[in-house]
Write a protein that binds this ligand. Structure first.
Ligand code: NAD
Ligand code: IPM
Ligand code: MN
Length: 324
């Protein structure tokens, strides 16, 4: 029995997460689910987007299913998702991008770098401290290497030609890869971003720092049809949180047109984390079959709504469960 915290968050989180939750309920009726309200909507209602009580509730679960939160660019508003990643020490953000002939796993360092939170806005100058620690780099390198060991290549993405904290990051990653005996190479992140689009089959596991991984995963989603499709797992040594790579998409929220695939694939990543590889596989097969049959949301050129697409996937899961 697993306890799953469900935090829909804001915007399309309220539309795509119910679909992902339903998929988990169908496959695992024994799981216990509980809701955690957090995000910008909660801030508007109560003046607080997330407090210690919510953080404790998330820690009380075996895993968190997370939607997305709206983060207004205001000086003193702290992003809830960043707070959670730090509070639960979810240092490895795994963002898989799979398509015809390529299977890329972006491993994004998730707790430091430009997201250190050490910032200062003065009258004539604003600074953000980019913090890259040995501990933070060693653990993300090791996480990427663990994955690369069962795959074929580790690529280290960095900007060591300019940024000294990236020389530090690069050197540690390459030394760890060498010591572990996994095949590796390296590339400057700007060139890597283009090459990933031009030659996706040349990439396998890509490890990089926080902001580069953030940007690279949105860019890489272009290879598979956009942000509606790619999931992520935020993993630490004690906790895990699963969320689509996309945000709360206020431009399409509330219209039942968001693509729930990224959220449902995030639920599949949760099942893998719980060692239910069969369940994860079943979800992926059902998504592929539904898309192949022409049921698609608007971002993929279709007319299916979020709920209708979700129902089609769930029907396909039930059909496959009955007749494996
Ligand atoms: P976004 O990912 O929300 O949207 C970018 C574009 O992709 C939009 O045009 C949107 O309509 C489209 N899109 C995203 N998901 C989609 C889906 N499932 N189906 C169809 N189309 C989809 O990024 P943004 O617009 O830059 O940010 C909106 C808000 O979300 C901001 O407040 C941002 O801070 C927040 N955000 C939160 C998270 C998170 O909580 N993990 C992640 C990214 C952005
Ligand atoms: C993501 C998002 C977040 C990030 C924002 C909303 C804080 O873009 O999960 O990719 O930058 O990590
Ligand atoms: Mn992002």
């Amino acid at each position: 029995m697993k306890k799953v915290a469900v935090a829909e968050g804001d915007g399309i989180g309220h539309e795509v997460i119910p679909v992902a939750r339903r998929v988990l309920e169908v496959l695992h009726p024994e799981y216990e689910f509980f809701n955690v309200e957090l995000g910008y909507g909660r801030w508007e209602k109560t003046g607080c987007p997330c407090n210690d009580h919510e953080i404790a509730a998330l820690k009380d679960a075996d895993a968190v299913l997370f939607g997305a939160v709206t983060t207004p660019p205001m000086k003193d508003y702290q992003s809830v998702v960043l707070r959670i990643r730090k509070a639960l020490d979810l240092y490895a953000n795994l963002r898989p991008v799979k398509g015809d002939g390529f299977d890329i796993m972006i491993v994004r360092e998730n707790t430091e770098g430009l997201y250190s939170g050490i910032e200062e806005i003065a009258v004539d100058r604003a600074t953000t401290l980019r913090v890259v620690t040995r501990k933070g780099t060693e653990r993300i390198a090791k996480a990427a290497i663990r994955l690369a060991k069962t795959r074929r290549l580790l690529t280290v993405g960095h900007k060591a030609n300019v940024i000294k904290s990236d020389v530090f990051f690069r050197d540690i990653c390459l030394a760890e890869a060498k010591a572990a005996g996994v095949p590796f190479n390296e590339k400057f992140i700007d060139a890597l971003a283009l090459d990933l689009l031009q030659h996706p089959q040349a990439y396998d596991v890509v490890v990089t720092t926080n902001i580069f991984g953030d940007i690279l995963s949105d860019v890489a989603s272009y290879l598979v049809g956009g942000l509606g499709l790619i999931p992520s797992a935020n993993i630490g040594d004690r906790f895990a949180l699963f969320e689509p790579v996309h945000g709360s998409a206020p431009d399409i929220a509330g219209r039942n047109i968001a693509n729930p695939v990224a959220a449902v694939r995030s639920a599949a990543m949760m099942l893998e984390y719980f060692d239910d590889a069969d369940g994860a596989h079943l979800i992926e097969q059902a998504i592929r079959q539904t898309l192949a049959a022409g049921t698609r949301t608007a971002d993929l050129g279709g007319t299916a709504g979020t709920r209708e697409f979700g129902e089609a996937v769930i029907r396909e899961i039930c059909r496959r469960k009955k007749a494996p």
